[in-house]
Design a binder for this molecule. Structure first.
Ligand SMILES: Cc1cc2nc3c(=O)[nH]c(=O)nc-3n(C[C@H](O)[C@H](O)[C@H](O)COP(=O)(O)O)c2cc1C
Ligand code: SF4
Ligand code: SF4
Length: 432
C-alpha cells in the first residue's frame, strides 16, 4: 500500500547532487548539446556525452548501416519477435571536436543544476589523452568519463581505444590493468575534475579493474560498456550483420539482454568493502522496475541508452513516477535509504541456500487456456510431472513435481500456474 511519504529522488554522484538518478549514457542520444538540452528540459537528472575522440576531426564519415536488432527469434527474423537487444558499430561523433565541445559547454552553462560528464576516448598515447582531457575540462563539465572499453578493439579499426603499442596487445585499455593505471595518471596530471572509469565487461574479474581505478584516483566507475559480440547472419546471402560491402566486424551489444549480467557486476563491485566508489549502472535499463533493481544492488546513478534510442527521451516520466511509487510503497524517503540493500539477500553460491523449501506447481483451471505448453516443457525439459488429456486439460502429477518452475516460465497466461509449499495451500509469490 502506498504511504504519504514524499519521495526525494536526489542522489549524490561524483560530488554532485543530481536531482534524480537518471542519466543519458554515452551514445548518439548525447552526441551534442542540443539533444542533451531537450532531455534536460524533459526532466533527466544528467548526461554522459557521447565519447569525444581526436579521430572525429580526421575521419570524414561514419559507418552505414550501424545497428542490428537482436530479438528472441534470431538476429534477422522476418517476424516481429520481442527485441531483447541491439548491436552497433557507432564509434564516432559526426561533428568537429570544437563544435561538439562548444555545444556541451553551452548546455552546461544553461543547466548548472544538471550533471554533465564529458566522455573522452583515445588510443594509448599520453599526449592525446592529455590534450582531450584539457579540451573536455574546459567545457565546464562536472566530471569526465574515460571510455577505456569501447568494444571495437580489433586489428584494423580506426577506433582509438586499443592499448596496442603498449604491450603489443589488441585488448582495449579497459582490459589491461597497467594501461588503465597509466591513462588515469595522465588524465589526473591535467585535471582535478572527478573521473569516472567506464569499465569493460569483457574481463575475467571486473573487481580487479575497479581496484586499479580506485588506486589511480577515480571517483566513480560506470558498469559497464557494451559487450563484444557478433550480431548474426543474413541466411540468404551468408553475410554477417550489419553488412558493409559484404562483410562486418565484431560489434557492441546493448539493451535489455544485458541486465542480468550487469546487475551481477554492479552487485559484485558494491559488495567489495574496500572499494567505496560511486557506481553508475549502464546495461539494459528499460523502465523504473529495472532502475530500482540496479539501485538495490548498489548503483548511485543509472545510465540509459538503448531504450531511449527506441522510445525517446519521454520515458523519463515513467522512470521518475515508477521510482516514486516504489518509494512510497516501501516508505523510503530518500533513494540512499535503499541503495545496495538488495545485496544482503544474495548469497555467492546456491550451496548456501536452504533445501527445506520444497514447492509444487498448481494449475488454476479458471485461467488455463489448454495450450499444452507446460506439458511439453515438463515432459521434455522437466520431470514428466504434467499430464495433458485429449480434452486439453493440463494436470500436475503431485508426486512427480519437484517445483522447478519451468512450467510457469513457459505458460502464456499470468497466474495460470502458481506454487505452494508441499502440503500447504498458500500461494508462494515467485516473480518480479
Ligand atoms: C549506438 C551506441 C553508441 C554508443 N557509444 C558509446 C560511446 O561513444 N562511448 C561509450 O562509452 N559508450 C557508448 N555506448 C555504450 C553505452 O553508453 C552503454 O554503456 C550501453 O549502451 C549499455 O546501456 P544500454 O543497455 O542502456 O544501452 C554506446 C551505445 C550505443 C547503443
Ligand atoms: S514445477 Fe517443474 S516438475 Fe513441477 S510441473 Fe512444473 S515443470 Fe514439471
Ligand atoms: S501452459 Fe498455462 S495455459 Fe497452457 S496448458 Fe499449461 S497451465 Fe494451461
Amino acid at each position: 500500500m502506498e504511504t504519504l511519504v514524499k519521495p526525494n529522488l536526489e542522489v549524490e554522484f561524483c560530488n554532485f547532487r543530481c536531482e534524480n538518478p537518471f542519466l543519458l549514457g554515452a551514445s548518439p542520444i548525447s552526441r551534442n548539446g542540443e539533444m542533451i538540452e531537450k532531455a534536460f528540459q524533459m526532466g533527466w537528472g544528467g548526461a554522459i556525452t557521447k565519447s569525444v575522440a581526436l579521430e572525429q576531426d580526421l575521419e570524414d564519415c561514419s559507418l552505414s548501416p550501424r545497428f542490428v536488432n537482436i530479438n528472441n527469434g534470431g538476429s534477422n527474423t522476418e517476424f516481429n519477435f520481442k527485441k531483447i537487444g541491439m548491436t552497433n558499430i557507432d564509434f564516432r561523433i559526426d561533428k568537429s571536436i570544437k563544435d561538439t565541445l562548444d555545444s556541451f559547454a553551452k548546455v552546461k552553462k544553461k543547466f548548472p543544476h544538471k550533471f554533465l560528464a564529458v566522455s573522452i576516448k583515445s588510443e594509448y598515447k599520453e599526449k592525446n589523452w592529455k590534450k582531450l582531457t584539457t579540451l573536455a575540462a574546459n567545457t565546464g563539465a562536472d566530471a569526465l568519463e574515460l571510455c577505456l572499453s569501447c568494444p571495437d578493439s580489433g586489428k584494423d579499426d580506426f577506433c582509438c581505444n586499443r592499448s596496442k603499442g603498449y604491450q603489443n596487445t589488441e585488448q582495449s585499455i579497459g582490459q589491461n590493468e597497467s594501461a588503465i593505471k597509466n591513462v588515469l595518471s595522465w588524465v589526473k596530471a591535467v585535471t582535478e575534475l572527478p573521473l569516472i572509469i567506464k569499465l569493460s565487461p569483457n574481463v575475467n574479474d571486473i573487481k580487479k579493474n575497479v581496484y586499479v581505478a580506485k588506486e589511480g584516483g577515480a571517483r566513480a566507475v560506470t558498469a559497464t560498456n557494451s559487450f563484444k559480440s557478433i550480431s548474426g547472419f543474413n541466411l540468404r546471402t551468408l553475410e554477417p550483420l550489419p553488412t558493409i560491402e559484404g562483410i562486418s566486424s565484431v560489434v557492441g551489444l546493448t539493451g535489455p539482454v544485458l541486465k542480468p549480467m550487469v546487475l551481477y557486476y554492479v552487485s559484485e563491485i558494491r559488495k567489495e568493502k574496500n572499494i567505496n566508489l560511486d557506481i553508475s549502472a549502464a546495461g539494459g535499463i528499460t523502465c523504473a522496475h529495472d532502475s530500482i533493481e540496479y539501485l538495490l544492488v548498489g548503483a548511485n546513478t543509472l545510465q540509459i541508452v538503448t531504450e531511449v534510442m527506441w522510445e525517446g527521451f519521454g520515458i523519463i516520466d515513467e522512470l521518475r513516477d515508477g521510482l516514486k511509487r516504489f518509494m512510497r510503497y516501501h516508505n523510503f524517503r530518500s533513494v540512499k535509504d535503499f541503495i545496495g540493500i538488495g545485496n544482503r539477500k544474495i548469497k555467492s553460491s546456491s550451496k548456501n541456500l536452504s533445501r527445506n523449501q520444497q514447492l509444487i506447481s498448481n494449475i488454476d483451471k479458471e485461467k488455463c487456456i489448454g495450450c499444452g505448453k507446460c506439458y511439453v516443457a515438463c515432459s521434455d525439459g522437466g520431470y514428466e510431472a504434467i499430464s495433458f488429456s485429449q480434452e486439453r486439460v493440463a494436470e500436475v502429477i503431485l508426486d512427480k513435481c519437484v517445483g522447478c518452475g519451468l512450467c510457469q516460465i513457459v505458460c502464456p497466461i499470468h497466474d495460470a500456474i502458481y506454487f505452494t509449499n508441499k502440503g500447504s495451500k498458500e500461494r508462494i509469490i515467485n516473480e518480479g
